[in-house]
Design a binder for this molecule. Structure first.
Ligand code: URA
Length: 248
């Protein structure tokens, strides 16, 4: 791997800044000064230092964040709006969100630097279940819930079967718990729109085996190895989540 790329992957700096560090003579490989960003290193065996500090290869990390409304699920924003990365204070690794929640949606969002894990979690055929609590406009009738459960036609095709349950209902609003296995853009909002009950407030409460538990809004915690393995097991059991729906 090229030295500049290695430093960027290790979370030392962006690729461009890493090149600057190298050209400026701040980087040593096996105790020798290297000033060529394209210098090839072996991450397994070479000893690399920046300003005399040894650089260790990036470790895989997984964060569960209780995303507040008003944050983008992206790493950067060209318009400088708040992103979920602004909420992660103690991490220098290059993390990014696993899938997305809308700007105004709250709830459980995973972040990681593990590309394979991300692919497993968002692969359409291995979609792990996602649970949401939606407050929607008006009184939802059981027959409408059935439509959500069996599948509903959206402009990008039929949704796969879902689970839905009314938690609370008044004349003006209904709180519904809904579980889906797909991850199309604005999916929950579009499903409720399609049955004539626009979403007023949306919270993702669960992702596979994970829940928000005792986290407060804006807080995050690191997943344990067991939790990561449980999620991967869910994603690699196609028969469990593969309901034959059109979610490819
Ligand atoms: N469905 C939506 O409509 N929005 C989200 O943020 C997540 C799921």
């Amino acid at each position: 791997m090229r030295l500049a790329k290695y430093l960027a992957h290790a979370g030392v700096a962006s690729r461009r800044k890493a090149e600057e560090l190298i050209v400026n003579g701040q980087v040593r490989v096996n105790d020798k000064l290297v000033t060529t960003p394209a210098f090839e290193v072996d991450p397994m065996s070479d000893y690399i230092e920046v300003d005399k500090t040894p650089i260790t290869p990036e470790t895989k990390q997984y964060i569960l964040l209780y995303k507040p409304a008003g944050y983008l699920s992206t790493v950067t924003d060209p318009f400088d709006r708040p992103t979920v990365m602004d909420l992660i204070s103690d991490n220098r690794q290059r993390l990014y969100p696993v899938g997305r929640l809308d700007f105004d949606t709250e709830g459980l969002l995973l972040l990681t630097n593990d590309g394979d894990f991300t692919n497993q979690m968002i692969h359409p055929r291995h979609m792990v279940s996602k649970r949401y609590q939606a407050i929607v406009k008006g009184k939802v009738r059981p027959s409408q819930l059935k439509r959500l459960e069996t599948g509903i036609e959206l402009d990008d095709g039929w949704t796969a079967p879902a689970r839905a349950k009314i938690i609370m209902s008044s004349a003006n609003e209904t709180t519904v718990e809904i579980e889906i296995h797909e991850g199309r853009k604005h999916q929950v909002k579009r499903m409720f729109q399609a049955i004539g009950h626009p979403v007023l407030h949306l919270v993702r409460t669960g992702f596979g085996s994970l829940n928000l538990d005792n986290l407060r809004i804006g807080q995050y915690r690191y997943l344990t190895q067991d939790e990561v393995e449980q999620l991967l097991a869910l994603a690699t059991e196609p028969s469990k989540n593969d309901d034959g729906g059109d979610n490819s």
